[in-house]
Design a protein around this ligand. Sequence first.
Ligand SMILES: Cc1ncc(COP(=O)(O)O)c(C=O)c1O
Length: 419
Amino acid sequence: MTGSPGASERLFSRARALMPGGVSSPVRAFGSVGGTPRYMARGEGAYLFDEDGRKYTDFCMAWGPNILGHAFPAVIEAVTKAAQDGLAFGTCHRNEPALAELVLEAFAPADRVRFVVSGTEAVMTAIRLARAHTSRKLLLKFSGCYHGHADSMLVKAGSGIVTLGLAESEGVTVAADTLVAPLGDLEALELVFKEHGSKLAAALIEPLPANNGLLIQEPRFLKRLRELTAEHGTVLIFDEVINGFRFGFHGYAKVVGVQPDLTTLGKIIGGGLPVGAVVGGAAILDRLAPLGKTYQAGTMAGNPVALAAGIATLTELRTGAPYRHLEALGAVMDSAVDSKKDRAFRMVRVGSLFWPYYALTGPIPTQAEKIAPEAVAGFKSRYGQWLDAGFYLPPSAYEVGFLSAAHSPNDVERLVAAL
Ligand SMILES: Cc1ncc(COP(=O)(O)O)c(C=O)c1O
């Protein structure tokens, strides 16, 4: 699979004349890996097919939502059926309690969920709720965690920003209300709460940070964060937009045994269509309008077709079969990596998330600031070869790869050989 991707080049050139950078979301522009972004025409199982008819084994999986693979038959069937009944009503729909029951079963003891359209919106809503609940303004986030593109979260925010080399986004005026602490640093954490604890409305964290490499945190860091937030009356928000439903029919909170006050979800719960959610206890969630005075609304929130995709996806995940397959694929990946003695990378993997780290010495980073420049360079310099060989990885050294239930052991072994 060599030669120039003619159709993608023509489309990108057309798009660049019409759209900023030619894209609808910045990292898709291939700015950090070079070359022309591939225009994908079709997806099936573990594979993508571009406008030139080239086939790629996909390890980006739409950045997470497609845990069952592309065009999973039960999801497509559910979406088709829902679409035939009409795309949007702007009314209540039976799919809302159906998806709510599935989500709350997985996130017990939380007993309320509000559906929104994206992970960004879920985070915006969670922050607004935390501020309403505490009558405080200040937020705490951790360097390298990405929480979507709400103004207050665009500081030290992971892949898109790090890739662009921006400390924060222009046009953001409210970042002064956000404190940023290093991940995993217990001393810094104690200090932040000692100085600002009584003013903190919320602390937000990706419990398994997966937007700036895969930065595995010690459970005791998350446990201490839970203790400190509880002591200071600060709302603890776990952003599980990537983590949620990724490691089992539950959140990563269950894996580490730490219960947040609010959880934000996205990606998998929409099964490939736009659904986000805020999950938590009634004491906080019932502050939302129409019950309370915290306003949030959306023309497309709880869209019946999008929720149908989520219901079909979660129904399949609930059987446990996809997770068993993903676990087996993880083991295949580990032994394939171990068997390659001359490899140039170390693999960082948690379940179906993986991050090839192109530095053979030094510790595996658990903080964004500790990622070795050579690891970034090593990824970038190889990306074009992977594309030519038919592997589609997220186009940034800071992004994690995603295994799906549609991948075969052979797909994973071929990927490791290519890496
Ligand atoms: C942890 C996390 N939070 C929030 C978001 C934002 O979600 P969305 O892109 O749906 O707005 C993302 C997106 O990648 C994410 O990974």
